[in-house]
Write a protein that binds this ligand. Structure first.
Ligand code: HDE
Length: 712
C-alpha cells in the first residue's frame, strides 16, 4: 500500500465502528501490515524494558531540569544521533526493488554458472538504480548517468552485476576515477551545483581528457534524462569472461533490455520535475510495483572470442568502447522482473553493498584496467560506509545459499560462531569447512588460467588511443531530434561554464573531432568563432548503428504509460468509463485529475473522485492527456490558468493530447495546432485509436520546432 492509499484508508476509517474507542486508533485487525513485528506488543527500550511514558523526559519537578538518570531518553536520542551512515561517495541517490531473474535460454555452452543453467530457473534479485553526481537528497531527474546494480542471490553465492544505463565510461584507467569524480561533483569552495555537470570543473576535466569524449556525448544525449527506471537499458560496461564446464572462456558484454522500451524526458520537463517532484523516478518505480505493473528486462549477452579482442578496430578491454549490436548481436538468455518494494529504505536500499568482485563459478574478469581498479574499490568503500568487514552479514547483503568460513569477530558481528577451530587445516572439527575442488557442477571457484606475461609498466596500450571514432558513430546514429537535443545539451551546459577557454577547448578540441557540424552548431550557440571548420560538413558515408537510437527502441505498446484524464463538472461519465477501461486493458495507468481533489458531478449526476488536481499532478508527471467532452468543459478549463498551463505544457513537451467532443475547441482557444498527436473527435473509438497510436510513438517529434514558441 503506498502512502497515498494508506492515508485514504485511515481517513475512511475515521468515525466508523472500526475505531478502537478507547484511543481513537483503528482496531488491530484493521491495520496494514507494516508493523507486524510490533503490532500488539509493548514499547520497550533496546534491552526490553517496557516503557510507561514516551511523552515526557524525567524531570526534577514539573518545571525543573531534565535528569541524567533518564536512561530511556538518553538511549533513544543516542540512537537517533547515530542514525545516518556516510552516503555513497558516488551513486548516493538511489532507489531499489526486489524481484527475480528467470532463465529463458540456458547458457550452458558459455558458462557453468548454475543461475544460467536451466530454462525456467529463478534466482531472487535486488536491484538498485541511482544517479552519480548528487547527494542522497538530490533530485531524480537531473542530467546524469544512471547506476543499474543487480544483486543475484544465486544458489552458488551472490553475483553482483554493477552496471550503468550507458554502455561506456568516462575514463579508461581506474587511477583517474578520483580525478573524474572530483571534477564532476559540486565544486569544493561552495558545494554548487547539486546534481549537475554544468559547471567549470567538469568541463575543464573532460575537455582535457579526450578519452571521455564518447561517454560525455552519451550524457549529453536523451539517455541521461530517462523517463523512468523501467525505461532504461542497462550495461555491464566492461568485457567480462564466461567460462563453461569444459574450462573454455569467452569475453562477454552484459545487456539489460527494458520491456517498456527506452524513453526519455525532454529537458524542460526534467528540470521542472527536479523541483516539482524530485522523487519522480523512485515514486514511479514504487507505484508501478504496488500497482502490479512490474518493470521487466531481458538479459542479453554479446559473446566474443578472446582472439578477436582487437579485431573490431578497438580493444575489447577499453571501457570507453561499445560493441555495436550490428557487429555482434545480443543473445537473450533470461528475463528479470521487479515485483516487490523494499520494506525499509535504510535497511535494504541504503545498506545494500554491491561489489563487482562478487562473482560465482562460471563468471570471471577481463583485464579491463577500469574493472581491475573497481575490484579494489567496492569492498574498501563498504568498510567505511557500513562500519567494518561484517557488511555481508547485513540481511540485504547476505547470500541465500549457505556460507561458512573461518572469518571471525570485528564490529557488529551477527553470527554467533560455535566451536573452537576457527582455522584451516584443523583436526579438532574434522577440518570443516573444507575446500571444494573445481568441477563441472557445484565446484569451487577457480580463476580462468589466462596466460600472462609482460614487463611491469605504467602505460596505456596503443590499442586504447582512438577516442573519437565511436563518439562519431553514436552521433551519426542519432535521429534528427536526438541530434538537436545533444546540441541543446552541450550549449546549455557550456553556457553555464564561466571560463571561455574551457568552452572553446571543448568545442574546438573535442566536438570538432567528433563531428564538424556538431561543433559548428554548438559553437554558434556559444558565439565561438570556428572559422577553419565553418564550411565543414559531416561525413554522410560514416557508419551508423541503428541500435543506438532510442527511436528504434520503442516498445510498440502503451503499457505502463500514465494518462491524465482532465475531469470537469458535467463531463461525460460513459466516456470516462470507456477511457479508463481501454487504458487499463492496454496496461496503461489512468490518472483522474480535476481543478481540485474535491469530488465533482459527472453528466449522470454521480460523484466522480479525482486522484489529484492539475496543480498537484502537473502535466510533467504524465505521458499523455485526454480531455473528455462535457457541458462545462470549455468554461471550466478556459477559466482556469493552471488547467490551461497543464495543456499547453503537455503540448510543448510533445505529448499526445486527445480533446473529445466540446473540448476540441480548446485547441484553437489555446493556439495549439492539430497534428498526429493532437487529436480531436466526437466518437470515442476512433478517437482513442488515434490517441493510442500517438502514444505508442511516445512523443510527437514533428511538433518540436513549432512547440518552441510556447512559453516554458
Ligand atoms: Fe562505481 N563505485 N566505480 N562504477 N558504481 C561505487 O561503491 C568505482 C564504475 C557503479 O547502487 C562505489 O558502494 C571506481 C563503472 C554503480 O550501491 C565505489 C570506478 C560503473 C554504483 C565505486 C567506478 C560503475 C557504483 C560508491 C572506476 C558502471 C552504485 C559506493 C574504476 C559499469 C552501486 C559504493 C549501488 C558505486 C567505485 C566506475 C557503476 C566508490 C573506483 C565503470 C551502479 O566503490
Amino acid at each position: 500500500m503506498n502512502d497515498q492509499s494508506k492515508a485514504t484508508g485511515s481517513s475512511q476509517m475515521a468515525g466508523s465502528d472500526t475505531l478502537d474507542r478507547a484511543n481513537g486508533n483503528p482496531k488491530l485487525d484493521q491495520l496494514d501490515d507494516f508493523r507486524e513485528d510490533a503490532t500488539g506488543e509493548a514499547l520497550t527500550t533496546n534491552t526490553g524494558t517496557r516503557i510507561a511514558d514516551n511523552q515526557n523526559s524525567l524531570r526534577a519537578g514539573e518545571r525543573g531540569p531534565t535528569l541524567m538518570e533518564d536512561f530511556i531518553m538518553r538511549e533513544k536520542i543516542t540512537h537517533f544521533d547515530h542514525e545516518r551512515i556516510p552516503e555513497r561517495v558516488v551513486h548516493a541517490r538511489g532507489a531499489a526493488a526486489h524481484g527475480y531473474f528467470e532463465v529463458t535460454d540456458p547458457a550452458t555452452d558459455l558458462t557453468c554458472a548454475s543461475f544460467l543453467s536451466e530454462a525456467g530457473k529463478r534466482t531472487p534479485v535486488f536491484v538498485r538504480f541511482s544517479t552519480v553526481q548528487g547527494p542522497r537528497g538530490s533530485a531524480d531527474t537531473v542530467r546524469d548517468v544512471r547506476g543499474f546494480a543487480v544483486k543475484f542471490y544465486t544458489d552458488e553465492g551472490n553475483f553482483d552485476l554493477v552496471g550503468n544505463n550507458m554502455p561506456v565510461f568516462f575514463i579508461q584507467d581506474a587511477i583517474k576515477f578520483p580525478d573524474f569524480v572530483h571534477a564532476v561533483k559540486p565544486e569544493p569552495h561552495n558545494e554548487i551545483p547539486t546534481g549537475a555537470s554544468a559547471h567549470d570543473t567538469f568541463w575543464d576535466f573532460v575537455s582535457l581528457t579526450p578519452e571521455s569524449a564518447h561517454m560525455v556525448l552519451w550524457t549529453m544525449s536523451d539517455r541521461a534524462i530517462p523517463i523512468a527506471y523501467r525505461a532504461m537499458q542497462g550495461f555491464g560496461v566492461h568485457s567480462f569472461r564466461l567460462v563453461n564446464a569444459e574450462g573454455q572462456s569467452k569475453l562477454v558484454k552484459f545487456h539489460w533490455r527494458p520491456k517498456a522500451g527506452v524513453c526519455s524526458l525532454v529537458w524542460d520537463e526534467a528540470q521542472k520535475l527536479a523541483g516539482k517532484d524530485p522523487d519522480f523516478h523512485r515514486r514511479g518505480l514504487w507505484e508501478d510495483i504496488e500497482r502490479g505493473l512490474y518493470p521487466e528486462w531481458e538479459l542479453g549477452l554479446q559473446v566474443m572470442d578472446e582472439e578477436d579482442a582487437q579485431r573490431y578496430g578497438f580493444d575489447l578491454l577499453d571501457p570507453t568502447k561499445l560493441v555495436p549490436e550490428e557487429l555482434v548481436p545480443v543473445r537473450v538468455v533470461g528475463r528479470m522482473v521487479l515485483n516487490r518494494n523494499p520494506d525499509n529504505f535504510f535497511a535494504e536500499t541504503e545498506q545494500s553493498a554491491f561489489h563487482i568482485g562478487h562473482i560465482v563459478p562460471g563468471i570471471d574478469f577481463s583485464n579491463d584496467p577500469l574493472l581491475q581498479g573497481r575490484l579494489f574499490s567496492y569492498t574498501d568503500t563498504q568498510l567505511l560506509r557500513l562500519g567494518g568487514p561484517n557488511f555481508n552479514e547485513i540481511p540485504i547483503n547476505r547470500p541465500l545459499c549457505p556460507f561458512h568460513n573461518n572469518q571471525r569477530d570485528a564490529p557488529h558481528r551477527q553470527q554467533i560462531n560455535k566451536g573452537r577451530a576457527a582455522y584451516e587445516p584443523n583436526s579438532i572439527d574434522g577440518n570443516w569447512p573444507r575446500e571444494t575442488p573445481p568441477a563441472a557442477s557445484k565446484g569451487g571457484f577457480s580463476s580462468y588460467p589466462e596466460p600472462l606475461s609482460g614487463n611491469k609498466v605504467r602505460v596505456r596500450s596503443a590499442s586504447f588511443s582512438d577516442h573519437f571514432s565511436q563518439a562519431t558513430l553514436f552521433w551519426r546514429s542519432m535521429s534528427e531530434a536526438e541530434q538537436q537535443h545533444i546540441v541543446d545539451a552541450y550549449s546549455f551546459e557550456l553556457s553555464k561554464v564561466e571560463r571561455s577557454f574551457i568552452r572553446e577547448r571543448q568545442v574546438k578540441e573535442i566536438l570538432a573531432n567528433i563531428d564538424p557540424l556538431l561543433a559548428l552548431r554548438v559553437a554558434e550557440n556559444l558565439g565561438i568563432d570556428l572559422d577553419s571548420t565553418a564550411s565543414a560538413t559531416s561525413d554522410d558515408s560514416a557508419e551508423v548503428s541503428p541500435a543506438l537510437s532510442q527511436i528504434n527502441l520503442l516498445p510498440g505498446d502503451i503499457s505502463g504509460r500514465r494518462v491524465a484524464i482532465m475531469l470537469t463538472p458535467g463531463c461525460k461519465a460513459d466516456e470516462v468509463g470507456s477511457l479508463i477501461k481501454a487504458l487499463e486493458s492496454a496496461g496503461a495507468v489512468a490518472k483522474l485529475l480535476a481543478p481540485s481533489v474535491a469530488a465533482l458531478k459527472s453528466s449522470d449526476g454521480q460523484p466522480m473522485q479525482p486522484d489529484g488536481s492539475f496543480a498537484t499532478e502537473p502535466s510533467i508527471t504524465v505521458d499523455a492527456v485526454f480531455v473528455p467532452g462535457g457541458e462545462y468543459v470549455l468554461k471550466t478549463l478556459q477559466g482556469d490558468g493552471v488547467a490551461k498551463h497543464f495543456l499547453m505544457e503537455a503540448y510543448k513537451h510533445l505529448k499526445p493530447i486527445a480533446l473529445s467532443g466540446e473540448a476540441a475547441h480548446l485547441a484553437s482557444a489555446l493556439g495549439l495546432e492539430e497534428d498526429d498527436g493532437l487529436v480531436t473527435g466526437d466518437s470515442f473509438d476512433p478517437l482513442f485509436t488515434r490517441f493510442e497510436n500517438a502514444l505508442k510513438q511516445h512523443r510527437i517529434w514533428e511538433r518540436e520546432a513549432r512547440a518552441k514558441a510556447i512559453p516554458a
